[in-house]
Design a protein around this ligand. Structure first.
Ligand code: OKP
Ligand code: ZN
Length: 343
């Protein structure tokens, strides 16, 4: 299959994130994408292509306009205050607060985020924008001539909601692609999120809608980030009720436990009869991932690719997490090569 990739991801490189109470070097670093791209080349997965620019319109189909404008202008406003270090939010509205959007950049950073996990530097917006274009370009290629494609997005996207960033994510690449698929004629799109962390942003975006089915396998929110969503009883709302499926799994889950949830999610997806499948492909389920607690090994990603091929659907793979940098390329591309071998 083809891989879409932009060098612009490199412009996003921040110094520190909060982890376990300490500022530490960001786990989400440029070498992650480099390792995946190297492996795509090494395995001859297929052509590597630069994205086409689809502009702002597809972004504001899932994100609010004021949020996208905020992201696009945030660094300029920050730098105008003489600040040269990474942007981080300071405060968030607590429960029982009717939040009005404040005017200064510090307040707005809190208003448009849900955690301090999405620092921004001078190049973050450009990297995130091009990442979304990578997802849109890969989707467009499926529509035209190919039955599957790989969007090598960085930064990841699945924690970004309608109007907030968080958890290394700014624009929700998978959601933007899902909406673009609907806008180009699909009636139903299924999203399968296999990243270790619950895709709270994608869930939020489609929670009240029946035209996008969201399914996610992830660490149990009672113990794992993003801490407040991902419970099995979150089933959707209104017209979206019955179109959201969460599979929270215990720490230490290995292929045996994980693949049982996968089988159930695939049964739900097959029953939905979608026109396309979008896989939020995080490989932080790997046994040596530094911030996660599942126990998949590299060969298990081959099994995942084989399973997904059985669905027989046009499939877009969108890169999300994975922080064991040495193995991220092997693990992510294992899914893709095994998928290609069977489709
Ligand atoms: C982004 B993606 C756990 C810290 C968690 C944020 C994780 C964001 C993950 N000790 N910090 O879903 O891979
Ligand atoms: Zn993750």
């Amino acid at each position: 299959m083809r891989t879409f990739y932009s060098e612009a991801h490199r412009l996003h490189h921040c110094n520190a994130e909060l982890n376990e109470g300490q500022l530490m070097p960001c786990f989400e670093m440029p070498s992650r994408a480099d390792m995946v791209l190297d492996r795509v080349k090494h395995t001859n997965l297929g052509q590597i292509l630069e994205p086409t620019d689809f502009g702002f319109a597809p972004l504001t189909r899932v994100h609010s306009e004021r949020y996208v404008e905020f992201l696009a202008q945030a660094w300029e406003r920050w730098a105008a205050l003489g600040r040269e270090h990474d942007m981080l939010p300071l405060a968030w509205p607590p429960r029982r607060t009717l939040a009005r959007c404040p005017e200064d950049i510090d307040g707005q950073l809190g208003f448009y985020s849900f955690d301090a996990g999405a620092p921004m530097n001078a190049g973050t917006w450009e990297a995130a924008y091009q990442g979304a274009q990578v997802a849109l370009s890969a989707l467009a290629c499926i529509n035209r001539e190919e039955s599957a494609a790989f969007a090598l997005c960085r930064p990841p996207g699945h924690h970004a909601g309608i109007d907030y960033m968080g958890g290394y994510c700014y624009l929700n690449n998978a959601a933007i692609a899902a909406q673009a698929a609907l806008d180009s004629g699909a009636s139903r799109v299924a999203v399968l999120d296999v990243d270790f962390h619950h895709g709270n942003g994608t869930q939020d975006i489609f929670y009240q809608r029946p035209d996008v089915l969201f399914t996610s396998l992830h660490g149990d929110p009672r113990r794992e980030y993003p801490c407040f969503t991902g419970y099995a009883d979150e089933r959707g709302e209104g017209a979206g009720l019955g179109f959201n499926f969460n599979y929270p799994l215990a720490p230490g889950s290995d292929w045996t436990a994980w693949s049982q949830a996968l089988s159930d999610a695939m049964r739900v997806i097959a029953g939905y009869q979608p026109d396309a499948l979008i896989v939020s492909l995080g490989v932080d389920t790997f046994k040596d991932d530094p911030i996660s607690s599942f126990k998949l090994d590299s060969d298990d990603y081959l099994r995942l690719g084989e399973q997904l091929a059985l669905l027989g659907l046009p499939t877009l793979f969108v890169m999300e997490g994975g922080y064991a940098v040495e193995e991220i390329g092997i693990n992510a591309v294992n899914v893709l090569t095994a998928f290609d071998a069977l489709r």
